[in-house]
Ligand binder design. Structure first.
Ligand SMILES: [Zn+2]
Length: 404
């Protein structure tokens, strides 16, 4: 079990006030937007590969509406239900064709003694969304007897090399010429390598300078997809440095300086338009930006925050995922802002997609798990760089799953 930490009651009120702001700022946004080019928005619920979070509110959608996930080509997966008593279930696996589910195959279950397991491989040419629907002999009545839902790589995978391409986009006030860009990239890669090295991950960084004479770009943060110039490099995760990142929707309640953001679990490592990390070029400190970049790359490869924020709940439309499911990360009980809610009014504007990182120095009283890279709050300490052994294994497994 993850350990619990409660704030002393004397601190609770002051900390809560600070955290209500931070929760709004920590992951995602309330804004609704056109989420093109991501397809299949009518299937709301998503399962993340190798995710350990509870997912215990997925079971209704699994039967009635379908749940979606991304499969990498030629990788083997196991979709499993924690259930020993079920027999006769079938799993209908669909891919999306012009955003419409198209039946791919119907699978029979195998039991491994503790779980009902459905095994499959994607034979599609590229990574893409699939969806599944469980067909049970007892129909929707089975919902109450379903338990934890998971999707995992079927074979052991692990990778220790990560290639990143740093894309300098248009004019950047802090890096006006190619020499300053190269110098900053070198410092950034050095600092990122310091974070990755204890994890056993080797970073290989390279840069690309895109339209350096074009006007500086203030990237509007929202759920609306905004294209950026530049060509992708195969097998690289791409980090885009823009001049600054703004809160696109003033009604979102977001405050502060956006340092960077990324989706959680991208579609593929290198080519999908939304498979990218955005970084603010206003951050000249390579140590600070390296922490933001590696935190966002953690999300990029599927890592959750160690404790969920409101926006994490919104992203999943799932208030069961209070924490990451790892048994060796600490769970910080952060009062109502992070608690599971019985009446989740926040669920109304669902479909948030991005985890972002905003500078905030108001959390000096927070003492819980502040050294973990995937803590949701950036407190400016410059030492939030540690991952637990389970987080490291997850990161290396998913990195290997994405590489091709
Ligand atoms: Zn985050």
């Amino acid at each position: 079990m993850a350990s619990l930490d409660r704030f002393p009651s004397t601190l609770a009120q002051a900390v809560l006030a600070a955290f209500l702001g931070l929760c709004i700022a920590s992951c995602g946004t309330f804004t609704l937007g056109d989420d093109s080019p991501t397809p299949n928005r009518s299937v709301k619920r998503r399962v993340y590969v190798n995710d350990k979070a509870p997912n215990d509110s997925l079971r209704s959608d699994l039967i009635l509406r379908g749940v979606k996930f991304v499969l990498q080509p030629n990788r083997s997966y196991e979709f499993a239900l924690d259930s020993t008593a079920r027999t006769g279930d079938k799993l209908k696996l669909f891919y999306f064709k012009d955003n419409v589910p198209d039946l791919y195959k119907t699978l029979d279950a195998a039991s491994n003694g503790t779980r009902e397991v459905f095994s499959f491989v994607s034979d599609r040419a590229a990574a893409q969304f699939f969806m599944v629907q469980l067909s049970t002999p007892d129909g929707a009545q089975a919902i109450s007897s379903l338990r934890h839902v998971s999707l995992a790589n079927a074979s052991a995978l692990s990778s220790d090399t990560l290639q990143v391409r740093l894309m300098f986009i248009r004019n950047l006030r802090n890096f006006p010429d190619s020499a300053s860009k190269a110098a900053f990239a070198k410092s950034l890669f050095t600092e990122m390598a310091k974070i990755y090295s204890p994890l056993g991950i080797v970073l290989q960084g390279s840069i690309d300078i895109i339209e350096p004479l074009a006007p500086a770009l203030t990237f509007p943060f929202s759920n609306t997809y905004v294209p950026l110039p530049g060509n992708r490099a195969p097998n690289h995760a791409h980090l885009y440095i823009v001049d600054s990142i703004s809160i696109g929707d003033p009604a979102s309640g977001l405050v502060g300086e956006v340092l960077g953001f990324a989706p959680r679990e991208v579609v593929d490592i290198d080519n999908h338009p939304e498979s990218r990390v955005l970084l603010s070029g206003r951050i000249k400190d390579p140590v600070s930006l390296a922490i933001t970049a590696t935190h966002e790359l953690g999300h990029f490869f599927g890592l959750r925050h160690t404790v969920s924020t409101k926006h994490d709940f919104l992203q999943d439309a799932d208030f069961s995922n209070v924490e990451d499911g790892f048994t060796d990360t600490r769970f910080c009980q952060l009062d109502i802002a992070f608690a599971k809610q019985a009446a989740p009014v926040w669920l109304e504007p669902a479909d948030t997609k991005y985890c972002l990182r905003i500078a905030d120095n108001s959390c000096s009283n927070l003492q819980c798990d502040l050294t973990n890279l995937m803590h949701p709050v950036d407190c400016g300490s410059r030492n939030q760089i540690r991952l637990s052994p389970q987080q490291i294994t997850f990161l290396k497994t998913n990195l290997a799953s994405y590489k091709h």
